[in-house]
Write a protein that binds this ligand. Sequence first.
Ligand code: UDP
Length: 308
Amino acid sequence: MNIVITGGAGFIGSHLCEFLLAKGNRVICIDNLITGSLLNIEPFKDNPKFTFINQDVTKFISIDGNVDWVLHFASLASPVDYLKYPIQTLKVGALGTHNTLGLALAKKARFLLASTSEVYGDPLVNPQKEDYWGNVNCIGPRGVYDESKRFAEAITMAYHRYHGADTRIVRIFNTYGERMRVDDGRVVPNFICQALRGEPLTVYGDGEQTRSFCYISDLVEGMWKLMQVEYHEPINLGNPDEITVLEFAELVSEMVGNRCDIVFKPLPVNDPKVRRPDITRARELLGWQPEVNLRNGLQKTIEYFRSI
Ligand code: UDP
């Protein structure tokens, strides 16, 4: 197949490119490198089936030839990044999704939207099921990301219902692994890099908020399975093993082997208090569930950060 991946030089996008190339597909990666990096595509950039286009997908996208799939993964995805680039965050979720849907329609290609657990905002139910409508502060600092992805889901469903576009929506929960940026600002790279440098780990708030961390290979496998079924409603993909941020800090500290201090910093505004996916739908429809436990995934991720 010929597959267009926006955000293909990012953390998740580059793993997806690599996975799809290994399955023998042609991959056209579009990225403006605002948070993506050419280093992420280095391992496969010389593969003759791989093409890189440096472009902002909020501008009109033109691709020669047949396209079978458009996978829209371009986005600022870390709270630190979307607070730094709020307008770009809104634009890539809104205009970028409109353009990539337009490309899919013009090419009669199938379309997959990378959405997020942030559509649930600071959820009032735990775990989160796909039929939960969420609790989002649209004018809060995180609103730029949450609302851009909620709009992206809305326009994807509208293209499906109105134009008959063959679409998928995946709601991605916290995912980690190799190729996350050292300065990404999210909790996994922050804690690992702080621990490797022997610095104190910065826990925001009292650390009692929870997250559930999914290793990248599990996520990619789930997305591939989603590409094999015809299902248009959103599907949660994530690891349902929930842990508090404080417990996570202790685990990273223990695994890196430096007994690190913990410093408490203010909790960011609207930081969700709990987050855990209900993956019943993915289990039933895709026969998917995560296989990599947190210790094993963290071991690989720590080795990666140690190496760079
Ligand atoms: N967090 C933390 N210390 C850090 C970075 C993040 O305590 O150095 C907390 C953050 O407040 C949140 C959780 O870890 O409660 C996960 O944050 P992250 O930025 O990874 O992504 P989020 O899940 O909020 O989108």
